[in-house]
Design a protein around this ligand. Structure first.
Ligand code: SF4
Length: 332
């Protein structure tokens, strides 16, 4: 197995909060009291506007538990988007998720409460980059993480998520793929599949900050803790963990009561949401927050429903090709 990494682009931001290892507590009653008026208003607006809220696992608890109709990782949200009956989808997540929802539901109105909710991975690669990769590697299929723009998906053979990347790569039956844009996900999948990877140097600005030394320090601080890592983390962090998987796979791990004390090496809101749902499990925070996910707030969701902003559109010229790459993934 070999790996080729394309020279680096800029993708890193220093916005994420510093690491702290503290037990995660359920949401305080005062937080719920403060959120009650917005939750009531959003509940009424959803009925009035024939709308549904899809929320990513990294949303804050007031959104995740208070107004979301469907929660999950990006794969679950992409699948759910295909089956909703409502005419309006509010995507409580980041921009590429709203674009994917629009791709799969061209006849529905898709709203993103804050257009600044981007993603360092999506920002790291362009359609022109993919065309250049193809030209340099003729015949090698392009596997594209869903954390990308529609324009990038349109240049790809198939999409993947962190939850299905192994299956997607293996489904191609080839010994070499171009895997974009997450260098760490690609390395982690290469290690599991034995498939050679041509790797793009993108990274999640949240997950790339975790280190194996931090995991070791956590184990010293909390003996017996079970460490679950997201595959967007560097391979040495995944190797230092007890389990690696998508946010949905982490949720399943916890719901299966496979540990009494866990640390999720991923965005911090996820631990807080699971702590609310599983009071019998102790969650130790590996607290880094995604600045893009944090842009989505209850008030933003309320305003989106009241005003119809910000409606996501996709260029019809590229939508069909991008949809094909997403649908190929969903069929695997
Ligand atoms: S957590 Fe990372 S991958 Fe997810 S939206 Fe934020 S920057 Fe992108």
């Amino acid at each position: 197995m070999s790996q080729t990494t394309i020279p680096a682009t800029t993708h890193r931001s220093s916005d994420s909060t510093p690491a702290r290892h503290l037990p995660i507590r359920p949401m305080a009653a005062a937080t719920w009291d403060a959120a009650a008026a917005d939750i009531d208003a959003i509940t009424a607006l959803k009925r009035e506007k024939d709308a549904i809220v899809l929320a990513h696992n990294y949303m804050t608890g007031d959104i995740f538990h208070g107004v979301a109709d469907i929660t999950g990782d990006s794969l679950a949200l992409a699948r759910a988007a295909q089956h909703v009956a409502q005419s309006t989808i509010v995507l409580a997540g980041v921009h590429f998720m709203a674009e994917t929802a629009k791709l799969l539901n061209p006849g529905k109105r898709v709203l993103l409460p804050d257009l600044r909710a981007g993603c360092s991975l999506a920002a790291s690669v362009t359609a022109a980059d993919v065309r250049a990769l193809r030209a340099a590697n003729p015949g090698v299929p392009v596997v594209t993480y869903v954390n990308t723009s529609v324009a990038v998906k349109a240049e790809s053979d198939i999409c993947c998520t962190s939850g299905n990347a192994v299956r997607v790569v293996e489904s191609l039956g080839v010994d070499r793929v171009i895997m974009i844009p997450d260098q760490y996900l690609a390395r982690n999948i290469a290690a599991q599949t034995g498939v050679d990877m041509i790797i793009w140097p993108g990274a999640c600005e949240v997950h790339e900050q975790f280190t194996a030394a931090e995991v070791r320090a956590l184990r010293d601080e909390y003996p017996g803790v079970t460490v679950l890592a997201h595959p967007e983390c560097p391979p040495e962090v995944v190797a230092a963990a007890d389990f690696a998987g998508s946010t949905a796979q982490m949720s399943d791990f916890v719901a299966g009561r496979r540990a009494n004390m866990v640390a999720l090496v991923t965005e911090c809101s996820m631990s807080a949401n699971l702590a609310d749902a599983h009071p019998e499990v102790e969650f130790i925070g590996m607290c880094r927050l995604c600045p893009h996910m944090q842009r989505i707030t209850l008030k933003g969701i309320r305003t989106a429903l009241e005003t119809g902003r910000h409606e996501i559109t996709v260029d019809p010229q590229i939508a069909d090709r991008a949809r094909l790459a997403v649908e190929r993934m969903l069929a695997v």
